[in-house]
Design a protein around this ligand. Sequence first.
Ligand SMILES: Nc1nc2c(c(=O)[nH]1)N[C@H]1C(S)=C(S)[C@@H](COP(=O)(O)OP(=O)(O)OC[C@H]3O[C@@H](n4cnc5c(N)ncnc54)[C@H](O)[C@@H]3O)O[C@H]1N2
Ligand code: MOO
Length: 401
Amino acid sequence: MAPPKPIPLEQAQERICALASPFPIEQVKSADAIGRYLAQDILARRTQPMADLSAMDGYAVMSEDLGGPWRVTGESAAGHPYAGTLSKGEAARISTGAIMPDGAGAVLLQENATRDGTALSLNGEGEPTPRHIRRAGFDFATGDVLLNQGTVIGPAQLALAISGGHGTLPMRRRPSLAVLDSGDELGADPANCGPHQIPASNGPAIAALAQPFVSQVHRIGPVRDTMEAMMEGLERASVADVIVTSGGASVGDHDLVRPALEKWGAEIDFWRVAMKPGKPLMVARRGEQVILGLPGNPVSSFVTAYLFLLPLLRTMAGASESLPYATPLPCVDPLPAGGTRTEFLRGHFVAGGVAVIDEQDSSALRALAAADVLIRRDIETPATKANDMVPCYRIQNGGIA
Ligand SMILES: Nc1nc2c(c(=O)[nH]1)N[C@H]1C(S)=C(S)[C@@H](COP(=O)(O)OP(=O)(O)OC[C@H]3O[C@@H](n4cnc5c(N)ncnc54)[C@H](O)[C@@H]3O)O[C@H]1N2
Ligand code: MOO
């Protein structure tokens, strides 16, 4: 039977994301929410700053009393406000982040002051100014939306949520993942492979790509190229919400993933995508479980995990943006017109943009590991000249940048 016609990349990404059902919401300690997506909008539970604060170390004075001299009548330090109300001719020693005393409306930098005991005067370098005051609520006020549902929590978002009074955050429960390597040629121990074996490297790479988005990863295999071994592998994988296989997805005599999935009761959603590398990608479903059959070639498996598995996991995690986004960058090499498949070329950063890596074979791991970007070439896109802008997906930093 002839294999089905490959479907367009965009349609394949849409179909895979449509298979994801949102996972239940759980409250997570804010610091443990890093890398996860908010399940609800986060509203400020407090106002920041809670009062007018000084932005500098110096002296607080009345706004109608900018010329001095003054008498220092007390101090406002961070955590220890000034007691009482400031009057004309009075100044309060104040530190950065400390609350402006009642009655005060300007701050004199200590560099611009001469102080002798409690006597304070200008030294000619500058006057008190309200510009050194951070106004109450200028960052946020109680009830403001601080972070939208679907936002990923990184270090800055974590700081904002904590500052807004949130010790815990509502996140979607993360799916569990099973990663299955298949192929008679695969060895489990990279240091001890027989002469006809290669180390199973796809599983560890896929697991590492997925790790931020999943609760746990079950590693299965290497599984032999027999129907019995595949069925047993799938049975072991059935504990997981998402199952990823690599290898055996193409049309060869030993490519058993599709028949095994069908025998196991999975329904194939689509098989084959008009992309390079990654054409044999297979997507199936069994009940609520989603199964991705990635091609065995290591670069194909990495690229399809990046373009399909991660969007699926992000959708399950409740991300507002599931697909990776392309940044236009100048390509120092001219590129030929696009062909009949959307192509992802491995490229690396050079002065002035990106350059195409010479080796583009879909098994070449050294070239993949040297790549900073995948350069996207759409179907039949016109040829480009040196330094034309091309869409680039960043895969620096293990594919998660
Ligand atoms: N007649 C055709 N042949 C092929 C087609 C086609 O359309 N017609 N498609 C080609 C494309 S494109 C790809 S990609 C490969 C993918 O094939 P499979 O998914 O069946 O993968 P395998 O044959 O099992 O393995 C391919 C290659 O990758 C190595 N491999 C497999 N698993 C791992 C692993 N876990 N770790 C490291 N390396 C792995 C394997 O040893 C092979 O060298 O099919 C083309 N053929
Ligand atoms: O996925 Mo294959 O790598 O297109 O050669």
